[in-house]
Design a protein around this ligand. Structure first.
Ligand code: 9MR
Length: 345
C-alpha cells in the first residue's frame, strides 16, 4: 500500500518536472516530443496558433511542450497590426511572442505583404505609386522593427503568384510593379538584419508553373544581392488532389540557390467522413513530407497550421472537408502524429 502510494507520488513528481522542462530538451521519463526529435536533425517542429485559442489550457499545454516553433495564424497580419493608417497595434502578436519566449520557441513572423486580410483604409481607395510605396515601407519597417531580435524568420511577401506562374494582380503589383517584392525584402532587412526573410506560398510543393516562377524570381533576386534567405512552402494538401511527389527535388533546387526552405503551414485535409483508410493515407503523407524535408539539408523545419482539428481553418473554408491535422478535436494524437514521430526518429 505504502510503496504503491510512494510510487504514485514519484510518478506525479516526474510529470510535474516534465511539465516545467523546456520543449527543446530531451530528458528521461517522458518520450521525446516532435520538437526533441526534430532538433536531433537540426530542424524545428512548429505549429501555428491564434490568440482566441490561448485561453484553452489543455491546448496551450501541448502547444508549449510538443513544439519548438510557433507562428501566429492571424495576429501579425496587416489588418491586425495597422488597423488605421499610421496607428499600429501589436498586442496580438506580442501575446504570441511572449508565449513563445516562455516556452523557449522560435517565432515565424506571418506576414508583412499579402493581398488578403488588409485593413479597409488600404483597400478602400486608390493610391499613387509614391503614396503606396511610402505606406508599404512604413508598415514593413514599423512591424519588423517592433519585433527586431525576436523573430526567427519573416514571411515578407505571401502568395505573390497565380497558379500559372504569372504575378497575382494585387494592389501592390498593380500600383508598384514586380519590384515591390525586392523593395519589401530590402526594407525588412534594414529593420532587422538578423531575421531570415522568406517568400511564402501554397501549391508550390511540386515542381510546376507556380514553383518555377518562384525559382526564377529567387534566382534573379539572389543575383541582384536582394536579401532573400528562404522559400516557404505552405503545404496545404488535400487527399483528393494527390501527393506532390516532386517535393524533395523541388526543395533541393531552392537549396542549390543558397536558400533555406521550410514547410510553413502544413495540413492534409480530406473529404468527410473520416475513415481509417483516409487517416492511414494522411499519415503516409505526413511521413513522406517529413522525410523529404530531412533529406534536404537546407529544409530547416516544419510547421503545422495549428496542430489540432479543433482549431483548423479547413472546415470553415472547405465545407465537407476537415480532419487535416495530426491531433483530433479532443487533442488525441492521430495516425499522422505517430507517422511524424517515425519519420523524425
Ligand atoms: O489560419 C488563418 C485563418 O484563421 C484565417 O481566417 C485565414 C484568412 O484568409 O487565414 C488563415 O491563414 C492563411 C495564411 O495566413 C496564408 N496561407 C493560407 C492560410 C489559410 O487560409
Amino acid at each position: 500500500m505504502r510503496t504503491t502510494r510512494l510510487r504514485l507520488i514519484g510518478a506525479l513528481a516526474a510529470v510535474l518536472v516534465a511539465a516545467t522542462v523546456p520543449a527543446a530538451q530531451a530528458h528521461d521519463g517522458r518520450p521525446p516530443t516532435l520538437a526533441d526529435l526534430a532538433e536531433r536533425h537540426g530542424r524545428y517542429f512548429g505549429s501555428a496558433t491564434d490568440n482566441p485559442e490561448l485561453v484553452d489550457e489543455p491546448y496551450t499545454a501541448l502547444l508549449g511542450s510538443e513544439f519548438d516553433q510557433i507562428t501566429p495564424g492571424n495576429g501579425m497580419k496587416w489588418y491586425a497590426t495597422e488597423p488605421q493608417q499610421g496607428v499600429f497595434d501589436f498586442t496580438k502578436g506580442d501575446e504570441i511572442v511572449a508565449l513563445a519566449r516562455a516556452d523557449h520557441q522560435k517565432v515565424r513572423g506571418h506576414t508583412l505583404v499579402w493581398h488578403s486580410q488588409l485593413p479597409g483604409w488600404l483597400t478602400g481607395r486608390e493610391w499613387t505609386a509614391t503614396e503606396l510605396r511610402a505606406v508599404l515601407k512604413k508598415h514593413i519597417q514599423t512591424e519588423v522593427r517592433h519585433y527586431r531580435g525576436r523573430i526567427y524568420a519573416w514571411d515578407v511577401v505571401n502568395e505573390a503568384f497565380n497558379e500559372d506562374g504569372t504575378y497575382r494582380e494585387t494592389v501592390f503589383y498593380k500600383t508598384l510593379g514586380p519590384g515591390y517584392i525586392a523593395d519589401a525584402l530590402r526594407w525588412a532587412h534594414q529593420a532587422d538584419p538578423k531575421a531570415r526573410l522568406y517568400l511564402n506560398d501554397y501549391n508550390v510543393e511540386a515542381t510546376g508553373p507556380k514553383s518555377d516562377a518562384y525559382y526564377a524570381l529567387a534566382k534573379e533576386l539572389r543575383a541582384q544581392g536582394v536579401p532573400l534567405h528562404g522559400f516557404g512552402l505552405q503545404t496545404h494538401l488535400a487527399l483528393q488532389y494527390g501527393y506532390p511527389a516532386t517535393l524533395e527535388d523541388n526543395l533541393r533546387r531552392f537549396a542549390r540557390l543558397g536558400l533555406d526552405t521550410a514547410l510553413t503551414e502544413v495540413d492534409v485535409r480530406m473529404q468527410l467522413p473520416v475513415t481509417e483508410e483516409k487517416l492511414a493515407q494522411q499519415a503516409d503523407w505526413y511521413r513522406d513530407m517529413t522525410e523529404a524535408c530531412l533529406a534536404v539539408r537546407r529544409c530547416v523545419g516544419i510547421t503545422v497550421w495549428d496542430y489540432t482539428d479543433k482549431y483548423s481553418w479547413i472546415p470553415a473554408f472547405f465545407p465537407g472537408e476537415g480532419a487535416a491535422l495530426p491531433w483530433d478535436e479532443e487533442l488525441r494524437p492521430k495516425p499522422a502524429y505517430f507517422a511524424l514521430r517515425e519519420a523524425l526518429r
